[in-house]
Design a protein around this ligand. Structure first.
Ligand SMILES: O=C(O)CCC(=O)/C=C/C=C(\O)C(=O)O
Length: 285
């Protein structure tokens, strides 16, 4: 079997859905009767491939088709200033992508902003959702325990305003529990991704100025989602605190929660092997 690369799986599609008319970039890997869509987080330079490079192959090897959607305003997707709910904007973009690909029903795995967007999609399109996996995200809203914005989000916003290698390292050191796992190569790749699209960086800052609360609190509506949901969190998450995972567990009728010890905001990367086994088990039962 040949391994897919970012380049070999790179695709573009024009979506025209409601008031959205833009070009989206996505990666399409593997073949299978069931499809898992992966939605990345909101950091500068993030993309589906950057967030999930340790998770694609185990899923495709198990027989799933994996679609990595780059949200509007990230990577090779079109730029946008978001003045309303970014969770809902991404959900509309996902609906446009699934319509274009003729996919009726998919599982959705979302990281941070991707989790918020997966929940927004499930609320608007319940019949199109198989199972949900939410890591470090799923709803906005205040933490009862941790001052907000959190340390990680402050660093993330600072990096958007001043995209330097020093600010990138400060942010990434807070991403993970064990910063010794971060390599110079990883920093450089992420820096290159960021600086390749200064329009995305500027638009994110403009979006925050237009609406500081880009990710609404879905708490009051979580009970509407009947999809089986696996919520995964890092105990040392300094971006979106673990109590958000408890709010999801309390609100989603069919949710279970797994908390990794010694883990920051990137559970799918920091604990990739255990994460992949857990997701495969969850999807197949
Ligand atoms: O503000 C929030 O609730 C979401 C923050 C978020 O999505 C951060 C994600 C960061 C990454 O995963 C990344 O940049 O790779």
């Amino acid at each position: 079997m040949t391994h897919a690369t970012e380049a070999s799986s790179s695709r573009f599609v024009r979506i025209q859905a409601d008031d959205l008319d833009l070009q989206l970039h996505y990666n399409d890997v593997g073949e299978g009767a069931e499809t898992v869509v992966m939605l990345h987080g909101s950091g500068p330079g993030a993309s589906g491939w950057a967030n999930f490079n340790r998770n694609i192959e185990p899923l495709t090897a198990a027989g799933y088709r994996v679609i990595l959607m780059d949200c509007p305003g990230w990577s090779k997707s079109d730029p946008i200033v978001c003045r309303g709910s970014r969770s809902d904007l991404n959900a509309r973009a996902l609906k446009g992508l699934l319509d274009a690909l003729d996919l009726d029903r998919v599982h959705i795995l979302g990281n941070s902003m991707g989790g918020h967007s997966a929940v927004a999609f499930a609320l608007g399109n319940p019949q199109r959702v198989g199972k949900l996996v939410l890591m470090g995200g799923g709803t906005g809203g205040a933490s009862p325990f941790v001052p907000m914005p959190t340390e990680g989000i402050k660093l993330l916003n600072g990096l958007y305003r001043e995209p330097t290698i020093d600010n990138l390292k400060k942010m990434m050191n807070v991403f993970v529990h064990d910063a010794s796992s971060l390599t110079e190569e990883l920093f450089q790749t992420r820096l290159d991704n960021m600086l390749a699209r200064r329009d995305h960086l500027e638009n994110f800052v403009a979006s925050l100025a237009a609406n500081p609360k880009q990710f609404p609190d879905f708490g009051p509506r979580l009970h509407e989602i009947s999809a089986q949901t696996l919520v995964i969190w890092g105990r040392e998450d300094r971006f979106v605190p673990m109590d958000a995972g408890l709010r999801l567990l309390a609100g989603l009728p069919n949710a279970q929660l797994h908390v990794f010890n010694r883990c920051g905001h990137w559970a799918q990367w920091e604990h990739a092997d255990a994460f992949n086994r857990m997701v495969l088990d969850f999807l197949s039962h």
